[in-house]
Design a protein around this ligand. Sequence first.
Ligand code: DUC
Ligand code: ZN
Length: 458
Amino acid sequence: MNKLLLKNGIVVSGKKHFVSDVLVEGEKIKKVAKNIKTLGTEVQVIDCSGKYIFPGFIDGHTHFDLSVAGTTTIDDFKSGTKAAISGGTTTIIDYGTQYKGETLKKALKNWLDNANDGVSCDFGVHMSISDLNDNVKSEIKEMIRDGVTSFKLYTTYDIKLDDDDLFSAMKEIGKYDGIVGVHCENDGIIKELRSKIKGDNNKKVLSHALTRPAIAEADCVNRLAYMSHETGTAFLAVHVTCKEALDEVKSAKEKGYRVYGETCPQYLTFDDSVYNDRFEEASKYVCAPPIRKKKDVKALWDGIIDGTIDIVSTDHCSFTKKQKALGKNDFRKIPGGLNLVEYRGIYLFDAYIRKKITIERMCELLSENPSKLFGLWDRKGYIKEGYDADFVIIDPKKSTTLSIDSQVSKSDYCVFEGKKLNGKIEKVFLRGVQVVDENKNIIENVGKFLKRRLYREI
Ligand code: DUC
Ligand code: ZN
């Protein structure tokens, strides 16, 4: 059995950080204490003095191998998980999608098959339900039994559910204590606004943002919060982008509803000036919901600090410039999504160094809270005896410049091109094995499917 001793690192949890050693035996953490003595020469010892040791990051929102707007994401499970782990994300949970007419069982099989070519980090699958009927409802219990304990519902796109089905699916999921993540955007408002776009405005990327307004998002978060309360089903508002939607999450929390908020680095960084008249550049930022205003960026950071936002995920949904160009003559055809799965960890570490968040909050947002919400609290997200030996070691004295030159994702651009961040991911361990060295993958395809438990409240 391999033995590993991380010496004198700064171990981080959601409650505190402290200097300690961490002993690993096989895939698990054996002991967390100062001055651990080991006998024998078979122990690999790594000096972590002055470096932070985080529990492996968990990204609860990725789309690998997803069909969007007549094309498929450029990152499949193989390249997507390789990119994820290069940036310290040792677990992803991808949105498996039930296409019309499929059973959930078939949809899950499709998604597990997607992973057959190899995965470089551990992974779970949320199940997106797009076609609800009695048979599908009866499968929800089986999904949960098989470790798929979280579900996704859409209120827009052709995979959307109408209110009656949203409510019905939530009731069924709630019966078995599953959690539901919802893409919140009022489809009626979007459709009406889009039908009014004519002529040259069809070629403007800005039309994408103008036809998906903040109130369309807030309206849905509000309604889903009430449905969640009525059905007793925990609800995660995924990719919250704006103050209006954030206020709805906050107000639901204040009422004691089991409502949680997620946001992503793109919404914490950019404002709608990215939707300029240069198509190739502007289309890179097309995602749904869209990038909002400067005031929203500020509101989201406030939400991170005051606890309205519980997790930061990426919504990694990657395309090439050529794929984005499918919408050159009609903004409706631009495939939506950004490729950020490898950047989230260092992005938030930089926010810590710049004193925007504490190191403990960073650990909650990236590791502990997703571990709780997505049913991994028994093995991932914490540096504790008995937990999986997933670690990210960050050197705070070094820096990282994000660029297409070093990008692992297969997309051919980096929206953070040239951005210099504090800190460098030095090593990543997955279940006791070092798989990344200085952001470079050194061991690939050792990830496993995770059957997850029921969620735990934050
Ligand atoms: N939004 C995107 O921009 N892409 C994929 C799915 C989503 O919700
Ligand atoms: Zn998404």
